[in-house]
Ligand binder design. Structure first.
Ligand code: PHE
Length: 341
């Protein structure tokens, strides 16, 4: 029996040494340790053996079992390492190859300009006040001193809805009324950024949607000189400390007096070029002292309070700054345009 066991061990170890894949390794395992294997049959036969042989055979069987288990574990580990090595080699990655970059988004050029303008006003003590894009006729026109049939309405062709008096705002100025009614009787210094809508013929200079930034200051003793000084300061921060500005008289129903502000053309330095249409000046905003009727509509007594307001278009300003010749690029969703900024 001992000889048989020794023979069995020798053969099993010999066979194991020649294996080189995990499938045949598993087959070897069930053959060596399974019910039919000599290791099992030797143990069941133990009772039939002469008494003095029993401990010897039992001991030898256990030794062989241990030896085979150890050999199996070593072989299995070696095979696993070899297989890993093989697959690493077969599926080798060249980590030095350049990756495929993820497409990165960015802020729209209008948003960038809007934020830059808001940041300048924030430095000057104006906080951002958000106001709705869907407005009533009352807020967009009436309370801003633009009654029905007033010719100024023709300048702002309007998107009306099927609901009576519900419209898309044509400018950010209705936000003035919202801000005044919220803050009255306290002093106000706010800017109101956001999208506005006009039912217009789309051309290189006009769109049906664009951003505006409104500004509003209300308090005691605010004068036209405050308006001019503040807006001139803004222009210097936006376009450079040496930029020259000028105010031209204009008309808006909700300001009195009203003006438009121009900055010296930064393309030609005021000499005259195609961007400024040979005038040397670029128009950047409308402004004026808040009309007494508008102050009253906001809840402020115009005898005690005064204020100034202004409105500008960041797309127009970006067009000037980056020499973009067509406003339709802004909302045309063409990446070739958007990715330039
Ligand atoms: N709301 C005016 C426009 O859209 C701009 C403006 C705002 C003018 C505030 C004066 C004061 O043209």
């Amino acid at each position: 029996m001992i000889d048989e066991l020794n023979q069995f061990e020798k053969e099993a170890l010999g066979k194991l040494a020649g294996l080189n894949d995990s499938a045949s390794l598993q087959a070897w395992k069930s053959e060596a340790f399974g019910k039919q294997s000599l290791l099992s049959t030797a143990l069941t036969a133990l009772g039939t053996l002469p008494k003095d042989e029993r401990p010897l055979v039992g001991k030898r069987t256990n030794e062989i079992k241990q030896a085979l288990t150890k050999a199996f574990d070593e072989k299995e580990a070696a095979l696993r390492a070899a297989e890993l090595e093989h697959s690493l080699r077969a599926e080798a990655l060249d980590v030095t190859l350049p990756g495929r970059p993820a497409r990165r988004g960015r802020l729209h050029i209008a948003t960038q300009t809007l934020r830059q303008i808001c940041a300048i006003w924030a430095d000057m003590g104006f906080q951002v006040y958000r106001s709705r894009e869907v407005e009533s006729d009352e807020y967009n026109f009436e309370l801003l001193n633009i009654p029905k049939h007033h010719p100024a309405r023709d300048m702002q062709d309007t998107f009306y809805t099927t609901l009576p008096d519900v419209i898309l705002r044509t400018h950010t100025s209705p936000g003035q009324i919202h801000a005044m009614r919220e803050f009255c009787p306290h002093p106000i210094r706010v800017v109101l950024p956001g999208m506005v809508y006009r039912y217009e013929q789309i051309t290189t200079r006009s769109e049906i949607q664009f951003d505006q930034i409104e500004g509003l200051a209300v308090g005691k003793g605010i004068r036209m000189t405050d308006l001019k000084g503040t807006l001139t300061d803004f222009a210097r921060r936006m376009f450079g400390a040496s930029v020259r500005t000028r105010f031209r008289a204009d008309h808006f129903p909700f300001t009195e007096p009203s003006a438009e502000m121009d900055v010296e053309c930064f393309v030609c330095g005021g000499k005259g070029c195609s961007v400024c249409k040979r005038s040397g000046w670029l128009e950047i905003l409308g402004c004026g002292m808040v009309h007494p009727a508008v102050l009253k509509n906001g809840g402020y007594d115009p005898k005690t309070y005064s204020g100034f307001a202004f409105g500008m278009g960041p797309e127009r300003i970006a067009m000037l700054k980056y020499k973009i010749e067509d406003i339709r690029y802004f909302w045309g969703n063409d990446l070739r345009f958007l990715e330039q900024f």
